[in-house]
Each structure stands twice: as C-alpha cells, then as structure tokens.
Design a protein around this ligand. Sequence first.
Ligand SMILES: [Zn+2]
Length: 214
Amino acid sequence: MKIIMLGAPGAGKGTQAKMLAEKFNIPHISTGDIFRANIKEGTELGKKAKEYMDKGLLVPDELVVDLVMDRFKADDCKDGYILDGFPRTIPQAEALDKALAAVGEKMDYAINVDVPDENIVNRMSGRRACVGCGATYHIKYNPTKVEGICDKCGKELILRDDDKPETVLNRLKVYHDQTQPLIDYYGKAGIVRDVDGTVDMNDVFNAILDILSK
Ligand SMILES: [Zn+2]
C-alpha cells in the first residue's frame, strides 16, 4: 500500500501518518529523515544534497526524487510506505510519478486530511512551549495544571513564533499556492480520498482505515 498524505500544515496528517505506519507496519517517510540519513551515512546522494543545503539552496526536485526512490528500495518498503510532506508541488509530483512509472509502480492513495484554515489557526495559537525543558502543551486540549507554568519543570510557557497566527497564515498561504493543487492532480489520477480532519484524531484515523479497506 503506497500512500501520500495531503493536508495543510497543522491539519494533523503527520499524526495520522504515524498511526497508519504502526497499524500496517510500513514506514512513515519524510524527506527530512531521508536527507539526514543519507548525509550521516555519507552516500553519494547525501553528499550532493548537502552541497545545496550548505549553500542555503533548495535541493532540486530531481535529486529529492532520486533520494526518495532510493529509500523505496529498502527492505521495509516492500509492503508499501506512507509519504508525508513530499511531494509538495506539482513539478515534484510529476517527477515522482515519472520515476515510479519507470519501475512499473504507482501511488495507491492520496489521503487529504481536510481542515479549514481558521481551525488550524485556532489550534496552533493554543499551543504553548516551555522555555525551560521544551515540553509542549495546548491550552484547550492538553493544558498544564497551573496556567502558564510547565508541569514538568515549573518554568514559564510561551507561544512560539512558529505558532503565532501571522506565521501560521503565511504557511497556509504557501500551502494553498503550492501544495493544494496536488489535490486536483491526484484527483485526476483517481486516488484522492478526503477525510474530515476537524474531528477527534481517533475518528480521523478510523475514517482513513475505512477508506483503505474498500
Ligand atoms: Zn518545562
């Protein structure tokens, strides 16, 4: 089973990807992990990627696809995998499809975890992080015993810049411009399945399992 997770940043697709990976015993693949592993092991692809990253440049799509295709060859991918955070753009999706087609493969599902922007902004702006130990909380879903104080170390909690509404809205804009078109792209291939991401994460998970069982 080869699955691509789609959805806005903060929609919870990473959490779902993890749950699915565990359930089906297939790897949860993110390009960040692939980059780190290849750079650490000093592979040829890793060295190439590092050259771009050291210069502060984006790793070109072709190289990312080479790295991803190389990862798919690993033994743990024989029953499938879950791609999370890649592809992010239409050119990346096209390059990946082409590389998969060249080895006689294709993606089976693109699961779109659908959450309206305002829900995402609300979720993110409720997050709090401890300045001492880095523990994270949520004022509504995972509150501390004493407001504004870390349960673990007693230090102060802050709203990180990353979680501030203006930052979240910027990320959502990039998502709508570059990544949301993938829903149409994979829709044309007939593999998109939408799930309501606003409900409890276990209900989202069950909805996905239901889709995959059909
Ligand atoms: Zn703390």
